[in-house]
Structures are given as structure tokens and as C-alpha cells.
Design a protein around this ligand. Structure first.
Ligand code: KIV
Ligand code: ZN
Length: 507
């Protein structure tokens, strides 16, 4: 039997650190349900001291997970962070506090401005303090990938002696080469006494596009936990993608002496869900979950695959949930069918909320005969947003454009007092005209940094889903999404959604 490799998901913590990928508690719960379906061993649910929203998410996810998964909360090596994490995890059946400190020369000298002895002292104190609340304490040695080997051994030895149950060796900046990172893990395995009694974890970033390779090098050399995110979401270039590392372990079980307990058939669903909730689109050629991951275009390849699939395909698409038959709802589908399908997608709606969603579903089903999962996800996204307090809502939008007309938009927004404000603007195109009209009412300083339109499903009647990212004056990025059969309407909704989020945070 090969070693069990634990899968530690940090989509809801490190993943959320991707600019513009922030999620509210309800959205995090939807993703957490999908993580439970995948069978992850640990869910890192947030950084409780950072905001009341993060605290609440950790608390609710701990409740949701019960004893199905360990729920982990991040802290710095600071007492008040650890107290907040312990408080958020109070009702967790399997709580874990994840505390740590920077260990590289750059972090010690330029960020923390402390010497090595102080670093060890703080690390030991943090672990000991966290142990006074929970048994399961994970220590991270931030920027371990650029640290001195022997100093890293000293830090890890000290926290193992202090009772850490898991030691996390992150390549925080994605700097290492796989061979070197593997050698670092091997060095720790050889030089830290008692390391065989704790779990060694790897947490690798993708700055050089090698996060998965780094994690596998860690596993090959002794790590038995991999930290990762769905779609590789995460700070800067992201983290190790769960779907990649799990499929690589599955494909190379013997060489890596490892297996995971992940239900890989849930990968495509998980990928779509995270992409739809965060507005971070998955590139078509992304390994495992990209739209082209199993598409064969050259004649030679098609011929080979038709003769025998594994001539050009190392993974059966069904193993990752690709090409699974779709349930299609129509205007004849009742409340129960909608509720059931939503539950399968990870959403729970009851009572009035379900009635409202059903009404929106019928409206859509009237226009568009077949309603696919992606359509439902778009509807849910819209509905979810209704709970948010919006400074402005869209009352109407109309554009006139074409050759040789000057694109003109007439827009009416309602503010929170129910007052309707109407403006008319010209633009270089219809969307530019609408966005100028929105700006002249909303009047918040912002820079539109990204605009994309996706057909949610195939067919001429597909919903057009627009994702925008706007940069506030302080540099923070806000994502907005809107879906409608009319892309001018979805573009307006998306922009307004991003600006409402920006306004809500700056109130
Ligand atoms: O990249 C990193 O070092 C982290 C730690 C907080 C684990 O995300
Ligand atoms: Zn990280």
C-alpha cells in the first residue's frame, strides 16, 4: 500500500488572495460543500483576524464540515490572531490552527527586522500558545524556499519539539527548482529529529510555472500533505492546482509512493464553480480542467484516439468528470426538480429564496428552451447578489448604435432611497456609452482593468456572462459579474456589480 497523501485545500484562503477573487460567506459555503464532495482532508477556511467576514466564514465552514474534514484557520505568530482563530474554530469537530513566521534572510532582515534567535522564540511561542486551544497545530515557515538549510532545520526542530503536528514548508515566492526543493525536504527529513512523527506539508506558488512540479518533488522526498487550490487560484501567479497534483499522483502512484482519497470525478464541477463564483476564467489549455484539455484537433491525433484512446490521451475524461451527461431543465421542470439540481451543484435554496429563483428560472426557460447547469449557476450568482446592499440598482438601459450612428445610452439607476436618476451619454461603442452613463451617476474613481464576455452555454440563445474588474483609487480590485440574454444588459449589470462592491467597502 502506498502512503496516503493528504490534500489541504486553500482555495478559500490563499485562493481568495488573488486580486478580485474575494468571496462572501455564502459563496465560500458553496465552495466548501464542493470541497467536501471532492473529499479533501483539510479545508483552510480563512484568516479570522483579517475581517469579520473571514471570521464568520471559518465559523460556518467548521459547522458545515462536521467530522468530514479538518477545518483550518490561518494566523500570524501573533497572540491575538491565534485567539481569533481559536474562537472561530470553537465548534469545529476537527479544528486546526495554522500559525507561522517568515524564515528567509529577506523576511528576517527586511520584513520582520528580527534576528534568527527571536524568530525561533516567536515560532515556539506561537505553537505553544495555539496548542493551549487545539491539539492540531500546523506551523508554516514562510519563504522556506529561500531560507538557509540549517536555519530551517533549527526552526522546524524547535516547533516539532513544541508540539506542532504538521510542519508546512512553503515556497512562498515560487522561486525554487523542483530538484532543489525536493532536496530541501529530504534534508529536513534527515536532520530534524522526530520529523517522522509529524506530517510534512508543501505549499508551493506558481511564479515560475512550477508549483505542481515543486509539490511533487516534495512528495517524492517525504511530504505527505500537499496544499493546493482549485484551478490553481492564489496569490500572484497562484498555487499548486489541486486537479493537477492529484491526477499526477494518481498517474504515478508507484514512483511517488502515494495516493490520495480525492473523488476526481468532481474536478470539472469544482473548477466551474470556483471560476463562476470568483469570475476568474480558466484558460482553455489549462491542464485537466481547461476546455481543450481533452480536445483533439489534428487529423493524426484524431485518428489515433479513434483507434485507441490512450494513443494521445493519458486520462480518461470521465475520471475528472468531463463530458458527463448534462441534466437539462425546461419550463416544464417544477420547483422540486430545480431544487434537486441546485443541491447537486452545491447550492441550498429554501422558501422565498427558492420561489424567487424559480421565477427567474421560468423567465429564462421561456426565452431559452433548455436550461443548463451553467445557466443555473449564473442565475444563482445574480440571486446571491440580491442579498448584498447595493448603492445603485439598474432600472433600465437602452442603447442605439450601428453604422453611421453615434453610440448613445440612456440609463436609469435607482439609489437606496428609491430615487430614479436618468442620464444619456455618447461613447465610442455601446458599452463605452453605457459605462460613461453609469460613471456620471455613480461618480466613484475607478479604472476598468478587465472586461470579458462568455457565452454561458452553446447556442444562439445562450446567456452572455460578462465579468469586469475595476481598480479603485487605492489599487484594490473589485470583480463584477452580470448575466443576461442581452449582452448590453449583462455588461451594465457586471459594471454596476463591481462598483456597488467597491462602494460597499468604502462606506
Ligand atoms: O505562501 C505562503 O507562504 C503562505 C503561508 C501563509 C502558508 O500562504
Ligand atoms: Zn501561499
Amino acid at each position: 500500500m502506498t502512503r496516503k497523501i493528504n490534500i489541504f485545500d486553500t482555495t478559500l484562503r490563499d485562493g481568495e488572495q488573488s486580486p478580485g477573487a474575494s468571496m462572501n460567506t455564502e459563496e465560500k459555503l458553496v465552495i466548501a460543500r464542493q470541497l467536501l464532495r471532492l473529499g479533501v482532508d483539510v479545508i483552510e477556511a480563512g484568516f479570522p483576524i483579517s475581517s469579520p467576514g473571514d471570521f464568520e466564514s471559518v465559523r460556518r465552514i467548521a459547522e458545515l464540515a462536521g467530522d468530514q474534514a479538518t477545518v483550518c484557520a490561518l494566523t500570524r505568530a501573533v497572540d491575538k490572531d491565534i485567539e481569533a482563530a481559536a474562537d472561530a474554530l470553537k465548534y469545529a469537530k476537527r479544528p486546526r490552527i495554522h500559525t507561522g513566521i517568515g524564515v528567509s534572510p529577506s523576511h528576517l532582515r527586511d520584513k520582520l527586522r528580527i534576528d534568527e534567535a527571536t524568530c525561533i522564540e516567536r515560532a515556539v511561542h506561537a505553537v505553544t500558545f495555539a496548542k493551549s486551544f487545539v491539539e492540531d497545530v500546523q506551523f508554516y515557515a514562510e519563504d522556506a524556499g529561500r531560507s538557509d538549510y540549517d536555519f530551517l532545520v533549527q526552526v522546524i526542530q524547535a516547533v516539532v519539539d513544541a508540539g506542532a503536528t504538521v510542519v508546512n514548508i512553503p515556497d512562498t515566492t515560487g522561486y525554487s527548482l523542483p530538484e532543489e526543493f525536493g532536496a530541501r525536504i529530504a534534508y529536513l527529513m534527515d536532520h530534524v529529529q522526530g520529523i517522522e512523527n509529524v506530517t510534512v506539508s508543501v505549499h508551493c506558488h506558481n511564479d515560475l510555472g512550477m508549483a505542481t512540479a515543486l509539490s511533487l518533488a516534495g512528495v517524492r522526498n517525504g511530504a505527505t500533505q500537499v496544499e493546493c487550490t482549485i484551478n490553481g487560484l492564489g496569490e500572484r501567479a497562484g498555487n499548486t492546482a489541486m486537479e493537477e497534483v492529484v491526477m499526477a499522483i494518481r498517474m504515478h502512484q508507484n514512483e511517488l509512493n502515494g495516493h490520495t482519497d480525492i473523488n476526481t470525478r468532481e474536478f470539472i464541477k469544482a473548477s466551474r464553480l470556483v471560476s463562476s463564483i470568483t469570475g476568474m476564467n480558466v484558460q482553455a489549455n489549462k491542464a485537466i480542467v481547461g476546455a481543450n484539455a481533452f480536445a483533439h484537433s489534428s487529423g493524426i491525433h484524431q485518428d489515433g484516439v479513434l483507434k485507441k484512446r490512450d494513443t494521445y490521451e493519458i486520462i480518461d475524461p470521465a475520471e475528472v468528470g468531463a463530458g458527463a451527461s448534462q441534466i437539462v431543465l425546461t419550463a416544464r421542470s417544477g420547483h422540486a426538480a430545480l431544487k434537486h439540481r441546485l443541491e447537486e451543484l452545491g447550492y441550498e435554496f429554501e422558501g422565498e429564496e427558492l420561489d424567487k429563483l424559480y421565477e427567474a428560472f421560468l423567465n429564462l426557460a421561456d426565452k431559452k428552451k433548455e436550461v443548463y447547469d451553467e445557466d443555473l449557476e449564473s442565475l444563482v450568482n445574480e440571486q446571491g447578489r440580491e442579498g448584498e446592499v447595493n448603492a445603485y440598482t439598474l432600472a433600465s438601459v437602452q442603447v442605439s448604435c450601428g453604422f453611421p450612428l453615434k453610440p448613445t445610452a440612456t440609463l436609469t439607476l435607482e439609489n437606496t432611497e428609491g430615487e430614479a436618476i436618468t442620464v444619456c451619454e455618447y461613447g465610442t461603442g455601446p458599452i463605452d456609452a453605457v459605462y460613461k452613463a453609469v460613471n456620471s451617476i455613480v461618480m466613484v474613481d475607478n479604472d476598468l482593468s478587465e472586461f470579458s464576455v462568455n457565452a454561458v452555454t452553446r447556442g444562439i440563445d445562450a446567456l452572455g456572462e460578462v465579468t469586469v474588474r475595476v481598480k479603485a483609487a487605492n489599487g484594490e480590485v473589485y470583480t463584477g459579474r452580470g448575466a443576461d440574454g442581452d449582452i448590453i444588459v449583462s455588461s451594465t449589470k457586471a459594471y454596476l456589480n463591481a462598483l456597488n462592491r467597491l462602494i460597499a467597502e468604502h462606506r
